[in-house]
Design a protein around this ligand. Structure first.
Ligand code: SAM
Length: 241
């Protein structure tokens, strides 16, 4: 191992360390919205970004929602082929400012920084004129109300190209943790899980566990129907509005 490799590894380690602290501070400030006490690990980030990896040469429009300190964003950036575009959305202003810095300083974006845009907003308020081939969601759905989750899932389906892919994750075991909380918390959590099952029944193409993540997580992959009709008029009950 030469000196250069050691320096890069040291820098990488120091960066991950700093990121871990930033994440923990934000979790202590607002755990329901932050949704985790640590950023996603590499294995989870890799699985979430797999649909982009499956089309190495095609220019893709990609949306990442809830990017936090950028652990998944860092996995996405090297996968962007020429002509691809990545929109990164983050609600927390301190995370958003770190993401701006990541995009400004990432070596792979030195000559093509306009390929990635950071939006400091709630994803449900994102105002864009494009649709996406891939959406990667890091949002902590099990902390939200069923109404919020339905709004966001339907917005994702609206934003996806017909045939486009959505990946998202949930930590394993949150149901048992909620069962120990108040009955109303347990009810809200169950309602969110039941709502997500409706989307899985209609759109899921895969589900994998990442036991090596801290905490272990489950990744879901959903595919938007090939015609817009099903997506735009979707309700959790599977009926058309
Ligand atoms: C569980 S963290 C995941 C962070 C990162 N993707 C990762 O895997 O390490 C969830 C992130 O979603 C952000 N977030 C929560 N609700 C949001 C919303 N409605 N729109 C955009 N970002 C949101 C939080 O601020 C937080 O950074």
């Amino acid at each position: 191992m030469d000196h250069r490799t050691t320096t890069t590894q040291d820098r990488d380690l120091a960066q991950r360390h700093a990121e871990g602290w930033t994440f923990l501070v934000e979790a202590l400030r607002d755990l329901p919205t932050t949704g985790a006490v640590a950023p996603s690990g590499r294995a989870l980030a890799r699985l979430l970004t797999d649909p982009v990896r499956h089309h190495p040469a095609r220019p893709l429009n990609v949306l990442e929602a809830g990017a936090g300190t950028g652990s998944v964003t860092r996995s996405l950036i090297p996968l962007l082929s020429p002509g691809s575009h990545l929109d990164v959305v983050e609600a927390n202003p301190r995370f958003a400012s770190r993401l701006h810095h990541l995009v400004r300083t990432h070596p792979a974006l030195a000559t093509r920084g306009d390929q990635v845009r950071v939006h400091h907003t709630l994803v449900e308020h994102l105002d864009v004129n494009r649709s996406y081939d891939v959406i990667v969601s890091g949002l902590p759905f099990t902390n939200f109300t069923p109404a919020q989750v339905e709004t966001i899932m339907n917005r994702y389906l609206e934003l996806l190209h017909p045939g486009g892919t959505l990946t998202y994750f949930a930590y394993r075991g949150t149901r048992y943790a909620r069962a120990l909380a108040t009955p109303s918390e347990a009810r809200r959590h169950r309602a969110v899980e039941e709502l997500l099952v409706h989307y899985h029944r209609r759109y899921a193409t895969g589900c994998w566990s990442v036991w090596g993540n801290l905490p272990p997580a489950k990744v879901w992959q959903l595919r938007c129907p090939p015609t817009r009709f099903g997506a735009k008029h979707h309700t959790a009950a599977g009926t058309l509005r």
